[in-house]
Design a protein around this ligand. Structure first.
Ligand SMILES: [Mn+2]
Length: 237
C-alpha cells in the first residue's frame, strides 16, 4: 500500500491562480507521501506572467527539482494537461527525469494498480486517445501562445465577476463529465473491465468527491481559484 497525494490545475504563474497559498500543504504532503502526482495544468503557459516560454520552463523545472531534491523518499510524477503539454517543457522534464531519480513525467496518464490519474481534458467532448493527441497538438501549436496584457486584464475582470465558476459548472455536469472520461478509459484499455476502480482527474475546475459511475469512483480536487473548491487529494494505491 502506497500513500499518494494528487493535485491538479495549479496553473502556476497565471496571476488568477492562488497556487502559492497551497505550497505549505504541498510540502507537508510530500513529507509523508510515497508518491506525489501533479495531475496536469500544473504550469499555465498560456497565461504565464513570464514573458518567454523558456523563462516559464526554467521556473517550473526549478520548482520540481527543489521539491524532488528536498523529499528524496517521495516519488514525484507530472502528468501533462492541455496548458502544459508544450514541447520546450517536455524537453526540460525529460532532462530533469534523467537528472533526478525520484522524478518522472507522463504525457497523458499514470496508472497504478486499480487507480488511474489523468488530467481530464478528455471531458471536453467524447474523445478517443487519437483525438486527444490531436487536441493537445493544437494547444501546443496555437492555444498555448502566451496572451498579452490587455487580454489578461479582460479575463481578470470576467474572473472577478465569477464567470469562470458559472461556465465550468454549465460545461461540466458530473454525469456528462464522467461518462466522457469512461469512454476515453475504454479506448485506452484502462476502464473498469480492465481493473480500474478509482479515477483522479482535474481540468474541469469542478470538484468531485467520490462520484460513482459504471463501477468506477471519480475524484476531482478542483482548482486554486477564487470561488472554486480546491484540495490536495489523498489516494491509497
Ligand atoms: Mn486543463
Amino acid at each position: 500500500m502506497k500513500t499518494v497525494y494528487v493535485v491538479s490545475d495549479l496553473h502556476m504563474f497565471c496571476r488568477r491562480s492562488q497556487w502559492e497559498k497551497h505550497l505549505d500543504a504541498i510540502h507537508e504532503a510530500a513529507t509523508v507521501a510515497d508518491m506525489f502526482i501533479f495531475n496536469g495544468d500544473t504550469v499555465d503557459f498560456k497565461w504565464s506572467c513570464f514573458s518567454t516560454v523558456s523563462q516559464t520552463v526554467l521556473h517550473a523545472v526549478r520548482f520540481f527539482r527543489e521539491l524532488a531534491t528536498k523529499y528524496p523518499r517521495c516519488n514525484f510524477h507530472v502528468n501533462l494537461g492541455n496548458h502544459d503539454h508544450v514541447q520546450p517543457f517536455i524537453f526540460a522534464l525529460d532532462a530533469l527525469a534523467r537528472e533526478v531519480d525520484n522524478f518522472s513525467w507522463h504525457p497523458y496518464y499514470l496508472r497504478i494498480n486499480n487507480t488511474i490519474f489523468l488530467h481530464g481534458d478528455v471531458a471536453n467532448r467524447k474523445m478517443s486517445h487519437h483525438q486527444l493527441e490531436r487536441y493537445r497538438r493544437r494547444w501546443d501549436a496555437y492555444r498555448n501562445r502566451r496572451q498579452g496584457q490587455i487580454k489578461n486584464r479582460v479575463y481578470d475582470a470576467a474572473f472577478r465577476a465569477g464567470a469562470h465558476v458559472a461556465i465550468s459548472k454549465l460545461a461540466f455536469p458530473h454525469r456528462r463529465t464522467v461518462k466522457r472520461v469512461v469512454a476515453y478509459l475504454e479506448d485506452i484499455g484502462h476502464a473498469s473491465t480492465h481493473g480500474v476502480e478509482q479515477v483522479y482527474f482535474g481540468h474541469t475546475h469542478v470538484p468531485i468527491s467520490g462520484y460513482q459511475y459504471g463501477g468506477v469512483v471519480f475524484h476531482n480536487g478542483g482548482a486554486p481559484m477564487e470561488g472554486i473548491g480546491f484540495q490536495l487529494l489523498k489516494a491509497v494505491v
